[in-house]
Design a protein. Structure first.
Lengths: 250, 112
């Protein structure tokens, strides 16, 4: 270890006659380590995203709006859930949609009479806090109760990004299989709420609902779970009651 | 494949730190990657070595420390490295709190 700066990384040689020391000391540039060559940073790699996420969250909070990040694999019923939630009535929703291509999801929400803005991510497999911030510039949130950020359909990448919402809601549809929580632990650990969707299909698939719940709770003991079917309306009442309760606390 | 986006954030963070220290070149980048951070270490390294070209990190070595999942039970004080993804205390069946292993950090930079 170097006596001058305390670091143990930079290779250098000490000699009693000629003290050769390869560090370039610059106390003004780096007063903590006295070493311009090796610096301890210890910063989250996604620090800039996380700061933007905090800004987004403050924006939602200051307007009394509950913000929800909706995540799942493609085709698990995120947009259908939002349509059913709008149809139920009683809550004013806005939706920021994320997809690689097309405006189809935003168009479905707009057709139901709710404000929506589509973010086309191109090749990006997830939304980040900056994209959501950009979306917020196109969608005034005054007077809304809940804003949903419908993330890109993907059980991996979106889990690593805080987009600045208050809650993560993860969908698992019956046709996907009950093994998904164990296979995608990071995503199912990130969930505040798990919605098991397309529940009316349970008689037609080998989906063990007890196993799905048990596997999710092993990963995430605090998660709330609602069984839902957006087509038949099963569980929608409970879901909307949950949203109302959470909104009332904002 | 969000490893490419993460590397872009990492390179930005490296350049920001290099500028703050008036460095013209970064020679080593050390990161700590949690085993349950959601990134694949091999892909992260490949992405770093692809995207570092024409940045201050062009000749930088990439050193990755894989961080085990360290958990603690608030109720009974049980603390250990978790081998299986079961976040329930085997002693008192409470939920386990994660102390380390879910995040990605830039730890140290070597620069000239």
């Amino acid at each position: 270890m170097c006596k001058d700066c305390g670091c143990s990384i930079t290779p250098h040689t000490h000699d009693s006659e000629t003290h050769v020391h390869e560090h370039t000391h610059n106390e003004h540039a780096n007063p903590q380590l006295n070493d311009a060559k090796t610096i301890a940073v210890i910063t989250k790699i996604l620090d800039v995203n996380d700061k933007q996420a905090e800004h987004n969250r403050e924006h939602f909070t200051s307007h009394g709006v509950l913000a929800i990040n909706l995540m799942s694999s493609p085709g698990s019923g995120k947009t259908a859930l939002l349509e059913a939630t709008i149809d139920h009535g009683g809550l004013k929703l806005g939706v920021i949609e994320g997809d690689l291509e097309t405006n189809q999801d935003a168009d479905r929400i707009l057709a139901k009479g709710a404000p929506a803005y589509q973010i086309s991510t191109g090749q990006a497999c997830h939304l980040d806090a900056h994209m959501v911030h950009e979306g917020l510039h196109h969608m005034p949130i005054e007077g809304l109760d809940v804003v949903f950020v419908e993330n890109v359909g993907n059980l991996v990448c979106p889990a690593s990004y805080d987009v600045g919402t208050h809650l993560n809601v993860v969908l698992l549809s019956v046709p996907e299989g009950d093994d998904k929580p164990a296979k995608y632990p990071v995503m199912f650990r990130a969930a505040d709420v798990l919605l098991i969707t397309k529940c009316d299909l349970l008689p037609y698939f080998d989906f063990n609902i007890e196993k799905a719940i048990q596997e999710t709770r092993k990963l995430n003991p605090k998660v709330d779970i609602i069984q839902i079917d957006s087509k038949s309306g099963k569980g929608i009442e409970q879901w909307v009651a949950y949203l109302r309760m959470k909104k009332s606390l904002r | 494949m969000h490893e490419f986006s993460i590397v872009q954030s990492l390179l930005d963070l490296c350049e920001k730190n290099a500028k703050e220290h008036n460095a013209t070149k970064i020679t080593k980048v050390e990161v700590k990657i949690g085993k349950l951070s959601g990134v694949e270490p091999y892909l992260l390294e490949t992405a770093f070595n692809t995207f570092k070209e024409k940045t201050l990190c062009e000749s930088a070595d990439f050193v990755m420390h894989l961080q085990d999942l360290v958990v603690r039970c608030k109720n009974c004080g049980y603390e250990r490295v978790l081998e299986q993804n079961i976040f329930i205390c085997p002693t008192c069946e409470c939920g386990l709190e994660v102390l380390d292993g879910e995040d990605m950090f830039l730890m140290r930079l070597e620069m000239e």
